[in-house]
Design a protein around this ligand. Structure first.
Ligand code: PEP
Ligand code: MG
Length: 591
């Protein structure tokens, strides 16, 4: 559901958004401010003003140390030119006029340092921001960045400030970035509700993988909340209810019991093979972005890891990890997969996955920009470090390597040249690795679909990333909730593209998996199987339901469904047909 409306009855406010991660939860709200900092205001007695100023000086030093560290890491990984952007930040911290103004404000107003810093930096910001000179206007945003970091240090908050939550909370935010989600303390997050975001934004994918219910696209949510409010989120239907009434909670409690029954049923059968009612088997793999998620995928009875997203390690650490740190992580991943195959995808930074330490410039159109393989091919040091780390991990289990966002044969050839260099470097050092490590590429751009026969000559396997394929094929930004109603994986164009890739894979003898979010949606399962794919990779919490639903229909049922789908011209008709098929097969069972 992509539109929004609101109804309210005696205190409870119902908002409609987009169902992003299944599950229902209810709890106290925690407003998550990933960039802004709430600025406290209180009076400071005259004889305490000096210690207030000392606090300011400590925060200046702490911030200076942090920026210097980031600068050094960027210089090491990317070079001095990229690191020099942080020099402007350091200059702001050393600016005596700014420091004197803050100290003067403390003396003049008697307010606390956070409040004084906020006021002074806002004055500077307003001044620089209205200047015609573009260079000076850019200094305004440096100033804003640095004063936010200073404020965070003063109030003792971290950028992703959930670590200090005493109790589990529902996290509410205007938007959530993947680096916010990567650094959340998930044991303290009951659910996520955001104003913006789409179903396949990476923050949402991460929430789904960790089983945290989420609703996104809830316009005006934050402005409707007050301190102390509770929120119920229904991640199945895309509903958020502020201060739900007892009757609402009761209704949801009953729904919860029914869902619990279903969950138990799925778990009981989780270790049965993945096959249709008439025994047509298919392969189920797990998508994961941490060792824990690999372990829970394996526990759910999958056949390995179909997509390990490496960028999460980078986002969690908020820096570019060294080869040894990466190797240690990939080795743990391989060990957690207990001899089953693991497909490790090389770094897919960019789009909505922005790493401050990567020293990249801000882009107008990041999803069409300097992302994934494009970034790696232009950053040889980072790319080679990662390739060596993955290769070293391949000595400890069955590893495959996969390149994201390929749009031409040249990219895959260059990526393989890097792989060759990484192998040579390791051999020279006598390191062990799998010489014949299988190499694959993601099919997630329309160009890759069109030339998949040419790509097939270069790789051992394909993995279809429908999250991006849908966005690029339909020209619909996957994280823009204003056009979320146009993000339609049921679109005939998507189905035709899938069919083309599956057919070419068969002819060329190249294995193919679907690893986008549709692979975890049981409604798509019969369609994907009838189109000819036999391997799917999805978040661990979704695997049991996929297996369960697979056993409710025969392969012939799926083929008949495909015939119906082929007669449709609109995505909504296809959506309806898949839903009806699902409901019909499942309704008898659940009573
Ligand atoms: C995809 O695009 O479908 C995919 C699996 O990659 P990501 O979601 O990480 O972009
Ligand atoms: Mg992708």
């Amino acid at each position: 559901m992509s539109y929004q409306s609101e109804s309210s009855k005696s205190g409870e406010v119902v908002l409609y958004g987009i169902a992003a991660s299944p599950g229902v939860s209810h709890g106290q709200v925690f407003r998550f401010l990933h960039d802004e900092v709430e600025v406290p205001r209180y009076e400071v007695a005259k004889d305490e003003q000096e210690s207030e100023i000392a606090r300011f000086k400590d925060a200046l030093k702490q911030t200076h140390d942090q920026i210097t560290e980031i600068r050094e890491s960027v210089a090491r990984n990317l070079g001095d030119k990229e690191a020099s952007i942080f020099d402007a930040h350091l200059l702001v911290l050393e600016d005596q006029a700014l420091i004197d103004d803050v100290v003067g404000e403390i003396h003049k107003t008697g307010d606390n340092v956070e409040q004084c810093l906020h006021r002074v930096s806002q004055r500077y910001y307003d001044y620089f921001n209205q200047l015609k000179d573009e260079y000076l206007r850019e200094r305004a945003s440096d100033l804003q960045d640095i004063s936010r970091r200073l404020l965070r240090n003063l109030v003792g908050a971290t950028a992703a400030g959930t670590a200090f939550l005493a109790e589990p909370r529902i996290l509410v935010s205007e938007d959530l970035t993947p680096s916010d989600t990567a650094s959340l303390d998930r044991s303290k997050v009951l659910g996520i509700a955001t104003e913006s975001g789409g179903k396949t934004s990476h923050a949402v994918i991460m929430a789904r993988a960790s089983g945290v219910p989420a609703v996104v696209g809830l316009r005006e949510l934050t402005s409707k909340l007050s301190d102390g409010d509770t929120l119920l989120i229904d991640g199945f239907e895309g509903i958020a209810i502020i201060n739900p009434l007892e009757t609402t909670l009761f209704r949801y409690g009953k729904v919860g019991l029914r869902r619990k029954k279903i969950k138990d049923l799925l778990e009981e059968q989780a270790h049965l093979p993945a096959e249709t009612k008439d025994g047509q088997g298919f392969n189920l793999f797990a998508n994961a972005d941490s060792v824990e998620e690999v372990a829970s995928g394996i526990e759910s009875g999958c056949q390995g890891v179909g997509l390990f997203r490496t960028e999460s390690l980078f986002l969690r650490k908020n820096e570019i990890p060294s080869e040894d740190i990466q190797f240690a992580e990939y080795k743990k991943v391989v060990q957690a997969a207990s001899s089953l195959p693991v497909t490790i995808r090389t770094l897919d930074l960019g789009g909505d996955k922005i790493l401050d330490a990567s020293g990249r410039e801000k882009e107008e159109n990041p999803f069409m920009g300097f992302r994934a393989i494009r970034y790696c091919l232009r950053n040889p040091v980072i790319f080679l470090e990662q390739l060596r780390a993955i290769l070293r991990a391949s000595a400890h289990g069955q590893v495959k390597i996969m390149f994201p966002m390929i749009s031409g044969v040249g990219e895959i050839i260059r990526a393989k040249e890097f792989l060759f260099t990484a192998k040579r470097q390791l051999s020279e050092k006598g390191e062990k690795f799998d010489e014949n490590i299988p190499v694959g590429c993601m099919i997630e751009t329309p160009a890759a679909v069109s030339i998949c026969d040419l790509l097939a000559d270069e790789v051992d396997f394909f993995s279809v990333g429908t999250n991006d394929l849908v966005q690029y094929l339909l020209a619909v930004d996957r994280i823009n909730n204003q056009i979320a109603y146009l993000y339609e994986p049921h679109h005939p164009a998507v189905i035709r593209a899938l069919e083309q890739v599956f057919e070419v894979s068969k002819t060329k003898g190249v294995e193919v998996t679907v690893c986008g979010e549709i692979a975890g949606d049981p409604h798509f399962l019969p369609l994907l199987l009838s189109l000819g794919v036999d391997s799917l990779s999805a978040a661990a919490p979704l695997l049991a339901e996929l297996k369960f639903f697979g056993r409710q229909f025969s392969y012939d049922d799926a083929l008949r469904l495909l015939e119906k789908v082929r007669t449709c011209r609109r995505p909504s008709e296809i959506n309806r047909i898949l839903k009806d098929f699902y409901d019909e097969k499942i309704s008898d069972l659940l009573g």
